[in-house]
Ligand binder design. Sequence first.
Ligand code: S3P
Length: 449
Amino acid sequence: MSASVITVQSKENISNNLIITKPASGVSLQGRIRVPGDKSISHRALMLGAIAQGETQIQGLLLGEDPRSTASCFQAMGAEISDLNTEFVRVKGIGLGNLVEPMDVLNAGNSGTTIRLMLGLLSSHAGRFFTITGDGSLRSRPMSRVVRPLQQMGAQIWGRNNGTLAPLAVQGQSLKPIHYNSPIASAQVKSCILLAGLSVEGKTIVTEPALSRDHSERMLRAFGAQVDTDPETNTVTITGPAQLTGQSVVVPGDISSAAFWLVAGAIVPDSELMVENVGVNPTRTGVLEALKMMGADIELENQREVAGEPVADIRVRSSQIQSCTIAGDIIPRLIDEIPILAVAAVFAQGTTIIRDAEELRVKESDRIAVMAQQLNKMGAQIRELPDGMEITGGTPLTGTDVDSFTDHRIAMSLAIAALNANGTTTIHRAEAAAVSYPDFTPTLQKICS
Ligand code: S3P
């Protein structure tokens, strides 16, 4: 396949169409790939760096739009952050409780992690007033999941729809500790409460129904906070007030970005890809387990630990994959990878069932509805379930016009589906990929050439 098979059409920099044409002879993917830094870890490194004492150095920060939103919010509140386009980003922390009242509305852009984690920090800044908004997608996403527990701690938060939709306004308060039994397994909810608990006297406790990603717990500990976990009950306790000291953070490659190449390598015939330096924190590796359940040929090599996070290189070779059932406690450990796993299921033999994933309906888009509609336009057989999808694999796809609905993971998932679809697929609004993977298209071109 030559590079010209993938083209990008730019219309006044507003909308990019990604056009992928599969040659009649098919494609094969080969090569070594380095994925960009982990998005979740990048947000946390910037935030903890900003509120710690002293300097934090971040190596491998994701240069996507989401972490840029986090950086600009904390710069507006007094943190000094060096040029993000360098290998080592330096954050001069201003110390816990010292965020400055911003002169203007904070803008979290498309980023749920930015707004939800930041709300925990802002709520505990007694005497200071903050307003936060985001783009159209973020302004429609539920904030009650963090606003309610913060209000139980004594936070004062106002917003549209009875304080549950951004724009939100926060009048910082001295908060009190709570034990919050979260109805959902959400790292954003857990992290928001832990960050609020940093400056609260006593033990702030969060219990969740299943374990969500634990990057906050790991990084808070590394910065000096007392964080205790009880794996039996999925309970995390932070004892405040904490003393945070700036650290050196090395951000591993994002397994959520690696997932696109792992599925591409598995489903495109005669392919072999090596994805290097991928974070394989066990709270994130559900996608590897799901692909192995499907019989994908995936091997982890060179497993190591880098700055408190497990890392590996992952090799994938194409093979005929089978359907599987993805449900229950694994869901929070692969929640962001379900769109690309749906693509894998379209090319698997048999019927794949995805359940217990109703959270997908309140992501950057309604990922159940959008993936089902867009892949079905290409000829897939997907039935929406209230909390997932039933995907009958094995029908060939045909290229057509599809849309990302401005959701980065939808844009990239559809691009991988297009590699195995006959003819030409045009993915509208594919520029959304820049939220988490600005170099997605050049990387795709590289492994196809
Ligand atoms: C994230 C947590 C997850 C995930 C999101 C990033 C985080 O969201 O979907 O992309 O960095 O904490 P939820 O906490 O809503 O499950």
